[in-house]
Every structure is written in structure tokens, then in C-alpha cells.
Design a protein around this ligand. Structure first.
Ligand code: ZN
Length: 545
């Protein structure tokens, strides 16, 4: 007997075998049970999520002579004929290769004849978004007045390409990407039925690599099993076959990026290339690695959804302590963008190297990225400079007498009225500004968002996380939850920088008092407490005393 691919062999033949699309299956079964079947369906969703499989089961169920709870019996003549593809009632059309008007006209002519046996003629049009405009128009005519015995099931991965006139005539069902657990469960089931020997960790890796597609998962399993025929399939075998890398590489890579060690990062990438690993997969796996780090940082209760081994989890937890989550989020963003570019590129390695340069040297990131990214990039750049200073490397600030902040670290958009970053607070024209009055403090709080955008970015990030309030003697109280932030603003130069920025905005000198949020709560009576600190910085609302 010739070998049959797993996904063909184990293709579900009834609704209950369809995994991960319960919402759709239930609705369709209900329709069949209640004999309220529609005439046009649109099945949307990424590849391998079960669209055509469900369409075929549905086609069988509506024709089945003895359906069981809305599912086909697979035993009657109709079911058997459809299963053996000899029935004239189920017509499958691949719109990718039959996308012209004539193809659809053929269907239109055909549908005028009622089925010779069974109840419904079911037309399954796969990749329907590939139809030409003319073909869609021809199809529309049929969809407008379909004969009672005709059902159209249109399947597509790109619903946004379907004309609205067609969409409005179809019942739409969105097929979800299948979860890793669901895929792994199905794989384990089939592995058992096939009598294969596969390590559980390997099963999970394949499920994850399939990225929500059951068909891909089964194809990958097929590929791995074929490679190690008759042997136990281990996690390492799977990595080998799929061209993937062990997670220790990711940890090393992340440390290189975090430490700004570009040369080392590129060498590491070269190692990966020499090992013959698939670079698109490498990028995807690295994203997953960083995602796991983020989750571990976020909570200790998520271990069950991290599909990693206990020993990797321990390593991950350790790693999570050493790196800031805002950075990881930025890395994930850069790598997600990269994974799209890399997939179809012949220059995968170069693209990855460019991303590594970007990440290792945040200074090199260009305009066009979001403000948040720019802020983070600059904060990191500052961190790198600080580390270099600690190590005794002299940095000359291009902006001149800017003190701790190298030139160019000012926020974009501050405009002419902005804080004179390079000159420091002493450079405010017109000498020292008059002392603040209570209404001035309200003005400060009202202008808070703009003040944040006037100060250097690293400072702005801390201020965004802080709460402001009016303190005694018309001082401005800054409440921090992070003691490091409070300490930062206790340093005279940072304090002066902020006070300078405030003076530049409202024309008054306001003294700032950094406190911890808990301390401030005790003195609440004396302060104006912003009940809600809006991070966009424009709209602050206050609680009256
Ligand atoms: Zn049947």
C-alpha cells in the first residue's frame, strides 16, 4: 500500500473529530438538526485551520440519509459516495486556477439541474478571493437567487479581498488559529494510533512550530517521523529535522543584544548559519523565547502555558531577572517585523544582521518608528553610554555643555519653546523666574504632559510612571513607586533639570519634592491628588478636597 500523508489519512470525517473550531461546528450541527441550512457560507481563516475539512463534512451531513446529531453517519450510500469522491453532489473548485468568468458561468449553468440523488448540490470554492471581478459578478447572480437544492461554501484565507456584495450574501464563519495545546493533543492521539514513539517535548515543539495550523503540524510530524523511521523521535531530533536551534542560543543572543555586543551577536548568528539552521525559524523561535521571558516576568502562574521543559523554565526565570521588560517588548517588535521580511527574502542573514545592529546600537534606529520606540531606544542608548562611562570610556557630548545628556537626547517635537536641554536650567533667558503660587502648581499639573515631552527621554520615562501632586509651600510633589526613580530626582542636577523644564513652560520656579507613593499617601490632606494620571499627559482630572 502506498504511503499516505498523516494529514490526509487522519483528516476528520465527522464534526466531532474537528479540533479547535467548536463554535463553528456547533452552529453548523444545530442548523442541520433544525433543518435550517443556509445557501451561502463564507469560511475564513489562515491555512490549515480546517476550512475545507469542515466544508466537506458539512456537504456530507446535508446529504446523509441517517445523520447522527447533525454529523454524517459515514455509512449510508451518500456518505460513502462522497467519501470516495464519486458523488456528483459535492463539487470542489480551486479558484486559484479557475478564476475566470467562464468557470463561474459553467457553475451557473450546472446549478439549474437538481441533484439526481441526495438533497443538496454543494459547491466548495476554495481560495475564493482569487476570482476575477467578472467571476465575482457572475457568482453574485447565482448567490442572489440560488435554487433551493444548492449550497455554496466559499473558503478563503483573505476575507478582505472579497467584494462586499458577496460578503453580504453569506453566513460568515471565522476559523481560529488552533492553540498549541489542541494541536499537541491531536498529535499525541494520532501518534498513539499510529504506534509511533515520540518524546512529549518533541510533540510540543512541533505543535508550536505549526503556528496554529493543524495541517502544518501533521506535515511536520510526518517529516520528522520519516527522517527517524523506526526510532524514538526526540526533541533534539525534531530540532535537527526542522532546522531549529536549542534555546541556549537564544539566551546567549539576548545577552549580546542587551549588552550592546554587536560583534559577538553576529558571530553567534554565524554559528547558527554554519549549523545549517533555518533562519526564518530561528527568528520565530527567538520571538517565542522572548515572549516566554516576558510571561515569566509578568507572573509566576503562567508556567502551564509556557510550553518549555522544567530545566528551561528555571533558566528562563533566572534570565528574566536580568533584563528589563520594556526592552524585551522592543526587541519583540523589531523581531516580529523582521520575521515578516525574512520569510520571503533571499537575504535572510543580512536582514537579521541589520536588526542586530539596530538593537545592539540603539542610536542607529531611524525615524519612522513609534515615539515610544524612540524613547526606549534613547533610554537604552543612555544606558549604554552610562555603562561606558562607568568603564572609564570618555564620551564627548555633541551638544556641548549638556552635562549628563549627550546632545540630541532632547525629545523631538519640543519646538522652540522647549526646554533648553543643552544649556541646563541656568540658561533660561531672563534670569531666575518668580516663585510659584498655588495656581501655578495647577498650571504645572495641567502642562505635565508637555513638560514630560520637554525633558530628556530617560527622565520622561520615569516621570510618566510617577504621580504628581501639589505639596505644602507650593512645592510640587512627585510620587514614585520605584525607589531608583526617586533617588534619581534627588540628585541635584536631575532635580534642577526638571525644575528648569517646568520654569521654561510656566515661567515660574517650582521646587520639586520626590517622595515614594506610600509616604505621600500619609500626607494626602495637604495635597492635590490627581485622581487619574493620564499618560498622554493632556487631560488630568482632579479630586476636590
Ligand atoms: Zn450518511
Amino acid at each position: 500500500m502506498s504511503y499516505q500523508a498523516l494529514y490526509r489519512k487522519w483528516r476528520p470525517s465527522e464534526f466531532d473529530e474537528v479540533k479547535g473550531q467548536d463554535h463553528i461546528v456547533t452552529t453548523l450541527k444545530n442548523q442541520i438538526n433544525a433543518d435550517r441550512v443556509g445557501h451561502a457560507y463564507l469560511f475564513c481563516g489562515t491555512r490549515g485551520t480546517g476550512k475545507t475539512t469542515v466544508a466537506k463534512i458539512f456537504a456530507k451531513a446535508v446529504n446523509c440519509l441517517h445523520p447522527v446529531d447533525g454529523s454524517p453517519c459515514n455509512e449510508c450510500e451518500m456518505c460513502k459516495a462522497i467519501n470516495s469522491q464519486t458523488s456528483m453532489n459535492v463539487i470542489e473548485i480551486d479558484a486559484a486556477s479557475n478564476n475566470g468568468v467562464d468557470n463561474i458561468r459553467e457553475i451557473r449553468d450546472e446549478v439549474t439541474y437538481s441533484p439526481t440523488e441526495g438533497r443538496y448540490k454543494v459547491y466548495i470554492i476554495d481560495e475564493v478571493h482569487m476570482l476575477s471581478i467578472g467571476a465575482f459578478n457572475a457568482l453574485l447572480k447565482t448567490l442572489e437567487e440560488p435554487p433551493s437544492y444548492v449550497i455554496f461554501i466559499l473558503a478563503t484565507t483573505e476575507a478582505h479581498k472579497i467584494p462586499i456584495t458577496i460578503l453580504s450574501r453569506c453566513q460568515r464563519y471565522d476559523f481560529k488559529r488552533i492553540t498549541i495545546d489542541t494541536i499537541a493533543g491531536r498529535l499525541s492521539d494520532l501518534i498513539q494510533r499510529e504506534g509511533l514513539d515520540v518524546e512529549e517535548k518533541a510533540v510540543h515543539y512541533i505543535a508550536r512550530a505549526a503556528d496554529g495550523s493543524m495541517r502544518d503540524a501533521l506535515s511536520l510530524l510526518d517529516q520528522c517521523v520519516a527522517f527517524y523511521l523506526g526510532e524514538r523521535l526526540t526533541y533534539d531530533n525534531v530540532l535537527e529535522v526542522l532546522g531549529a536551534v536549542d534555546t541556549s542560543v537564544f539566551s546567549r543572543m539576548l545577552r549580546c543584544i542587551d549588552g550592546g555586543r554587536f560583534v559577538e551577536a553576529v558571530r553567534l548568528l554565524e554559528e547558527v548559519v554554519i549549523q545549517g539552521r533555518e533562519l526564518s525559524q530561528f527568528v520565530l523561535d527567538f520571538i517565542w523565547y522572548m515572549r516566554n521571558l516576558l510571561l515569566v516576568q509578568g507572573s509566576g502562574d503562567l508556567e502551564d502555558i509556557l510550553d518549555i521543559s522544567a530545566e528551561n523554565l528555571a533558566a528562563l526565570k533566572e534570565e528574566a531577572q536580568t533584563i528589563d521588560n520594556a526592552k524585551i517588548m522592543r526587541y519583540i517588535r523589531v523581531f516580529s517585523e523582521l520575521s515578516n521580511q525574512v520569510r520571503y527574502s533571499s537575504q535572510k542573514r543580512v536582514l537579521i544582521e541589520v536588526a542586530l545592529v539596530k538593537l545592539c546600537r540603539p542610536t542607529m534606529e531611524q525615524k519612522g518608528t513609534s515615539l515610544e520606540d524612540q524613547m526606549l531606544a534613547l533610554a537604552e542608548r543612555l544606558g549604554v553610554l552610562e555603562k561606558q562611562l562607568e568603564n572609564g570610556i570618555v564620551v564627548t557630548a555633541a551638544g556641548g555643555a549638556g552635562g549628563a545628556y549627550p546632545g540630541g537626547a532632547n525629545m523631538p517635537g519640543a519646538g522652540g519653546a522647549g526646554y533648553p536641554g543643552a544649556g541646563g536650567p541656568g540658561a533660561i533667558p531672563g534670569g531666575p523666574a518668580p516663585k510659584a503660587m498655588p495656581e501655578d502648581l495647577k498650571a504645572v499639573i495641567g502642562e505635565w504632559g508637555r513638560i514630560i515631552s520637554d525633558v530628556p527621554m530617560s527622565m520622561g520615562i520615569m516621570l510618566k510612571a510617577a504621580q504628581v501632586a501639589q505639596g505644602a509651600d507650593n512645592k510640587l510633589v512627585l510620587g514614585f513607586s520605584d525607589p531608583m526613580h526617586k533617588a534619581y530626582f534627588e540628585q541635584e542636577n536631575h532635580k534642577q533639570d526638571l525644575e528648569g523644564a517646568i520654569a521654561a513652560r510656566i515661567g515660574k520656579t517650582v521646587e520639586i519634592v520626590p517622595t515614594m507613593l506610600e509616604e505621600r499617601k500619609e500626607q494626602t490632606g495637604e495635597f492635590y491628588i490627581p485622581s487619574k494620571v493620564n499618560l498622554s499627559g493632556v487631560d488630568f482630572s482632579f479630586e476636590d478636597e
